[in-house]
Design a protein around this ligand. Structure first.
Ligand code: NAP
Length: 307
């Protein structure tokens, strides 16, 4: 069945990924938007200042996609579910595990789909890496996810406010790939989080997981130049490397895939497929590692951050 979609939060990722991807998917039409910014409109979609007004005016909307920051998402998600709409959440799905669990209960009570999307899992090399690793014995899994926050979130002050995760906003992408690839779950053993003295969220994080293999993650938002989103995998039977955020996968035998980005098209296709079969997809495992890092992590203070 085709879905009439409303998109909430017409910011950077909505314009760069959501809107073109929605337009490319059969069976999905963008009929309405909600954004506090009156200038944030999309051709062909009716613009509303907030979701409450949108829901009251557009009974025909069947699905809502929320591209707002995690700290601003829960109230809208709950309202959309209570109105009987299918809901897709940007990553990370919320500010806390408990609030997302509340959304899961509400979606089940309403009999609608809730999809907590993890776009990096849709990168072309991720499933290939999982299948390559499955029959092998892991010895090292080293995540290095570094970028310049000034390039990727220019002026977005929300990334530094409590509940919006700081460098874990990018780090959850790596953790979503890790949890999709490792053959068995792992848990965090130790972490160090560096907070700029004038901000509520960390700018770097180093994680060590409890495992017979060496599993580590280094996240850094203060690296100028090109982003470096890589996972190096070593096993007793060869090595492999995921780079470009998972879009490129190579083993000792050479490059297996190096594809153009189609992550958000796959996400919207997945959302439609879940609606069609009446299912939810909410995997909290990447976010659980982040919550554990905040619980367990040693906190160090570093120089103030200014844009
Ligand atoms: P953004 O450019 O700041 O856009 C956020 C949107 O949410 C704006 O339209 C803002 O519009 C709206 N909003 C509503 N309540 C808000 C609040 N309390 N604080 C700030 N904005 C609020 O952010 P973004 O980069 O698109 O990121 C949004 C989500 O997408 C995040 O979860 C992020 O992790 C995810 N994401 C981002 C990227 C990226 O490269 N930037 C990539 C993948 C995923 P109004 O002010 O007009 O309402």
């Amino acid at each position: 069945m085709s879905q009439s979609l409303a998109l909430v939060g017409i910011g950077k990722i909505a314009r760069k990924q959501h809107i073109p991807s929605i337009a490319a998917i059969d069976g999905l039409s963008l009929v309405a938007t909600a954004s506090r910014n009156r200038a944030a409109t999309v051709d062909g979609a009716e613009a509303f200042p907030d979701l409450t007004t949108l829901l009251a005016a557009r009974d025909d909307v069947t699905a809502i996609s929320l591209a707002t920051p995690p700290g601003a998402r829960f109230g809208d998600a709950l309202a959309a579910l209570r109105a009987g709409k299918h809901v897709m959440l940007e990553k990370p799905p919320g500010s806390t595990l408990s609030e997302v669990e509340t959304l899961v209960s509400e979606a089940k009570a309403q009999g609608v789909t809730l999809f907590a999307s993890w776009h990096s899992r849709e990168a072309a090399g991720v499933k290939m890496a999982r299948d390559w690793l499955k029959p092998r014995r892991l010895t090292t899994f080293r995540i290095t996810w570094t970028e310049d926050v000034r390039d990727w979130h220019p002026g977005q002050d929300w990334v530094w406010s409590a509940g919006n995760l700081g460098v874990f906003d990018a780090g959850t992408n790596a953790l979503s790939v890790m949890t999709a690839i490792l053959p068995a779950p792992v848990h965090l053993a130790s972490a160090t989080l560096a907070f700029p003295e004038n901000r509520d969220t960390p700018i770097t994080a180093d994680l060590v997981f409890d495992s017979p293999a060496e599993i580590t993650a280094h996240f850094d938002w203060s690296q100028p130049g090109d982003a470096h989103w890589a996972i190096e995998i070593e096993t007793t039977d060869g090595a492999a490397r995921l780079t470009r955020g998972g879009a490129r996968f190579e083993t000792d035998d050479g490059v297996k895939v190096d594809a153009e980005d189609a992550e958000y098209k796959r996400l919207y296709a997945n959302f439609l497929a879940l609606i069609d079969v009446g299912r939810l997809d909410v995997d909290l495992s990447p976010m659980r590692h982040v919550a554990d890092a905040f619980l367990l992590g040693r906190r160090v203070q570093v120089a103030p951050f200014h844009w």
